[in-house]
Design a protein around this ligand. Structure first.
Ligand SMILES: NC(=O)c1ccc[n+]([C@@H]2O[C@H](COP(=O)([O-])OP(=O)(O)OC[C@H]3O[C@@H](n4cnc5c(N)ncnc54)[C@H](OP(=O)(O)O)[C@@H]3O)[C@@H](O)[C@H]2O)c1
Length: 342
């Protein structure tokens, strides 16, 4: 790691943070800071959290063009590197939005994210969703794109070839997928020249996705877990009455009480110990989450207790990506094990 001059007094040594070794041999910090302000946290507040988190020892930041704050986050990252953190010690992810799946748009979008983030390369670029179905940020869950489509593998591969060309051009170091299912990933792994190194997916104690988790790990793909705390700040439009709250689960609450930490930190510790890379969003509690990443591990029996509280409760259902009338959001996630028909 570079000079420590940039670290604040209560900071955590980035060298002590667990790392994941990706299929390419690259190291990625096993916890990152999410940057989606969920419509109620401003870009300036997110940028301030990026500055604060970097000063406290974070080196991994999960960004996306659709979060609408890459310019502000980029200004913060520039300050971070000016303060002595070396670029090569940062891990910066960005994502391609759904209306940019066409070949030329992929390259232009990546260049735009690089310009906004004030970087010459990204460590990781993800296809944010496997559906090219645009909807405006903040729209209602009933909104549908007029030309919405199901997953069409050859179209996805056109996008993926453009993603591969970003690696060839040196604009990104790694490429990956997000919001995928096993049948879709099987096809991508079959046809990709450059395989995804990461699959970003919803993962928290109430949504453990054991089959997909095992599939990606078995195929040398690092699972990055979004909504690791159960996204308590997510927009109203993303909530349904059946949703559960992992931080209120009695098992999580009891383990937190025992360790004198917040239930959110239990979720982070569980995630890292289980083997995924959580990317908690936080503007107030990022220090506690990083501290959790370097503290005493949970016991084996606590890990077993947490494994047993899976509720198969998906919080980010993706309704806006549905492509025909009368469908339910489950169709987006290939519940039969086959890709849902057009
Ligand atoms: N690939 C995708 O499609 C996708 C989808 C969704 C999300 N993501 C990524 O994943 C990131 C995380 O997901 P998320 O933001 O939805 O949810 P999350 O990380 O599960 O939850 C964030 C919320 O938890 C609170 N929190 C965090 N740490 C806490 C602690 N130690 N104690 C108490 N409260 C705590 C935060 O409040 P404070 O701010 O007050 O601390 C914030 O309201 C996003 O920011 C984004 O980068 C990706």
């Amino acid at each position: 790691m570079g000079t420590r001059a940039h670290l604040s007094s209560n900071s955590i040594d980035p060298a002590s943070v667990p790392q994941r070794t990706l299929a390419t041999g690259a190291s990625m910090p096993a916890i990152g800071l999410g940057t989606f302000g969920s419509d109620h946290v401003t870009p300036a507040q997110v940028a301030e959290a990026v500055r604060g988190a970097a000063a406290c020892g974070y080196r991994h930041f999960d960004c996306a063009s659709v979060y609408g704050n890459e310019a502000e986050v980029g200004a913060a990252l520039e300050e971070v590197t000016s303060s002595g953190v070396r670029r090569e010690d940062l891990w910066i992810t960005s994502k391609l939005w759904n209306d940019k799946h066409a070949e030329n748009d992929v390259i232009a979008s990546c260049r735009q994210s690089l310009a906004d983030l004030r970087l010459t390369y990204l460590d990781l670029y993800l296809v944010h969703w496997p559906f090219p179905n645009f909807h405006p940020p903040g729209c209602d869950v009933t909104a549908r794109s007029a030309d919405a489509q199901s997953y069409i593998h050859e179209n996805y591969m056109t996008t993926w070839r453009a993603m591969e060309s970003l690696v060839d051009r040196g604009l990104v170091r790694h490429i990956g997928t997000s919001n995928m299912t096993i049948p879709k990933l099987r096809l991508v792994l079959r046809d990709a020249r450059i395989k995804p190194v990461v699959n970003e997916m919803e993962l928290h104690p109430h949504f453990q996705q054991p089959e997909l988790f095992k599939f990606v790990v078995d195929h040398g793909i690092e699972p990055v877990g979004y909504c690791p705390i159960g996204s308590p700040g997510r927009p109203e439009r993303d909530r349904t009455p059946d949703d559960t709250t992992p931080t209120q689960d009695p098992v999580v609450v009891e383990i937190a009480r025992r360790h004198r930490i917040h239930p959110a930190v239990v979720c982070i510790q569980w995630a890292i110990q289980r083997g995924q890379t959580p990317i908690p969003f936080s503007i107030h509690n990022y220090h506690a989450n990083l501290a959790g990443a370097v503290s005493e591990p949970l016991s084996e029996s606590e890990m077993n207790e947490l494994a047993a509280i899976d509720r198969n409760c998906r919080l980010i259902k993706g309704q806006v990506f549905l492509w025909k009338e009368g469908q339910s959001w489950e169709d987006l996630w290939d519940p039969t094990g086959e890709i849902s028909p057009p």
